[in-house]
Design a protein around this ligand. Structure first.
Ligand code: NAD
Ligand code: ZN
Length: 380
């Protein structure tokens, strides 16, 4: 039993008070975990573009003050009533979408969309009592994705916490808690390219580069990286990308450029941008007869997808996925093992690192397109 179990913890958290304004490191209060909840000490966290969208709140519902962050690694501090599979001291990755283990989705081999714990970007409270656990001077502070990892301590539902090998370095494997698993799974579990096939990946951030890595692992013949940022191509070569297309370099739609490069279209496309135009291009660039496109990017609230129905009649398939269809508690520990056995390289996704009190720099790096993943060190 830790000395803090059952007590309110005072800790530092990066609070977003207003949309698009720098986060402020504040001392906040974190209540003890309630039934089925886990309180964790976060050691490392990283910034994912999903945090940035909801912080900017341009095309998303604003909810402030809020503590963002969902890609992280930590150690269990204490657990609430009814938690049997986790105990203080366990090394864990909190995951933005959960696995209750009992519902029809958790029992289906095809789905990771748990009935109760699936991703919910609109919820700023925890499920047990519909309240927040964070507060400052009595004012509640909203949670984000049920994880809120931009804090020295946080609380998540036990179904959203994957227990991993304690020997795994948390400053590396934390990227498996969102970006890398999402992109790799989108290719390997959903797009499922066959050996020798061509794959186009839209958006070459951490998620897209992980999708490229998945394509490389599947033995894809041609991997076409599509990005508006020309600096991404050099980086992308390390992830198996063979060809680069910058839509800005062409005066016709990128789907036509790709069709010309591939004799009628790619076999698989994975969209990792969040731009609905890119989502449409990703669908329309797959080959008729067998092509499959997978959407991963998080769209704005009001976005709509428009394409001619004939594109479907011509036997193209459109799919989408959260977290690469991985079940967080069942599948993620073995992804960590793959890293430990050197079957998975994570270092190349990590381009920057900052101490917690410089967390706003991580936002700058992402917004300028300079970083793939920036690790935020909580103890520094
Ligand atoms: P990132 O900002 O690091 O990378 C996005 C890349 O897309 C950038 O390099 C950018 O230049 C490029 N891009 C933007 N618009 C483009 C366009 N129209 N055409 C081509 N390239 C374009 O972001 P990330 O952290 O890698 O996340 C990528 C996307 O995946 C985001 O939308 C994020 O919200 C989403 N996401 C989804 C899930 C999921 O489970 N479905 C999980 C994590 C992240
Ligand atoms: Zn994410």
């Amino acid at each position: 039993m830790s000395s803090t179990a059952g007590q309110v913890i005072k800790c530092k958290a990066a609070v977003a008070w207003e949309a698009g304004k720098p986060l402020v490191i504040e001392e906040v209060e974190l209540a003890p975990p309630q039934a089925n909840e886990v309180r964790m000490k976060i050691l490392f966290t990283a910034l994912c573009h999903t945090d940035v969208y909801f912080w900017e709140a341009k095309g998303q519902t604003p909810m402030f003050p809020r503590i963002f962050g969902h890609e992280a690694g930590g150690i269990v501090e204490s657990v609430g009533e009814g938690v049997t599979e986790l105990k203080p001291g366990d090394h864990v990755l909190p995951i933005f979408t959960g696995e209750c283990g009992k519902c029809s989705h958790c029992n289906s081999e095809e789905s990771n969309l748990c009935d109760t714990l699936r991703i919910n970007t609109e919820r700023g409270v925890l499920l047990d009592d519909g309240k927040t656990r964070f507060s400052k001077n009595g004012q509640p502070i909203y949670h984000f994705l049920g994880t809120s990892t931009f804090s020295e301590y946080t609380i998540a539902h036990a179904g959203c916490v994957a227990k991993i090998n304690p020997a795994a370095p948390l400053d590396k494997v934390c990227v498996l808690s969102c970006g890398v698993s999402t992109g790799m799974g989108a290719t390997l579990n959903v797009a499922k390219p066959k050996k020798g096939q061509s794959v186009a990946v839209f958006g070459l951030g951490a998620v897209g580069l992980a999708a490229c890595e998945g394509a490389r692992m599947a033995g894809a013949g041609k991997i076409i990286g599509v990005d508006l940022n020309p600096d991404r191509f050099n980086e992308a070569k390390k992830f198996g990308v063979t060809d680069f297309v910058n839509p800005k370099d062409h005066n016709k739609p990128v789907q036509e450029v790709i069709a010309e490069m591939t004799n009628g279209g790619v076999d698989r496309a994975v969209e990792c941008t969040g731009s609905f135009q890119a989502m449409i291009s990703a669908f329309e660039c797959v080959h008729d007869g067998w092509g499959v496109a997978v959407l991963v990017g998080v769209p704005n609230k009001e976005d709509a997808f428009k394409t001619h129905p004939l594109n479907f009649l011509n036997e193209r398939t459109l799919k989408g996925t959260f977290f690469g269809n991985y079940k967080p508690r069942t599948d993620i520990p073995s992804q960590v093992e793959k890293y430990m056995k050197k079957e998975l390289e994570l270092e190349k996704f990590i381009t920057h690192s900052v101490p917690f009190n410089e967390i706003n720099k991580a936002f700058d790096y992402m917004l300028k397109g300079e970083s793939i993943r920036c690790i935020i060190r909580m103890d520094a």
